[in-house]
Design a protein around this ligand. Structure first.
Ligand code: ZN
Ligand code: ZN
Length: 125
């Protein structure tokens, strides 16, 4: 059993407190005022560990920044090409059944990501 650290808990809490699918930089910026000795490296390390443990999910890299999701159940995402917002898409499930049809091996998951311009950015066009 790994020892529980306050920083570790705070980082996980921070990811769970938002639906914005934050990256490490965002988490760091949120927690730094509360935890002055927090380093960006610690945030990266903990996020990577959470991902490994399956506590959080990675949405993938958006403009070079890996984005994380507290919701680990498979769900679809919309990624805005303009402001890099990652938004949960309601009502559309990733086509898990397709995995059974993949002929080249045993597919475990299928990721569904829509790209485009979010409604916020559309208004500002
Ligand atoms: Zn946008
Ligand atoms: Zn999500």
């Amino acid at each position: 059993m790994k020892k529980h650290s306050k920083k570790r808990d705070a980082i996980l809490e921070c990811v769970r407190s938002t639906t914005s699918h934050p990256g490490a930089d965002w988490v760091y910026a949120q927690l730094k005022p509360e935890i002055p000795d927090l380093s960006l490296g610690t945030v990266y390390r903990n996020l990577a560990a959470f991902k490994q443990e399956g506590v959080i999910a990675s949405v993938g890299t958006v403009k070079g920044i890996e984005r994380f999701d507290a919701t680990t159940e498979p769900h679809a995402h919309f990624i805005c090409d303009s402001c890099s917002a990652v938004i949960d898409v309601e009502g559309i499930d990733p086509p898990e059944k397709l995995c059974e049809q993949v002929g080249c091996g045993c597919a475990k998951s299928c990721v569904l990501i829509f790209n485009g311009v979010c409604s916020q950015c559309v208004q500002n066009l």
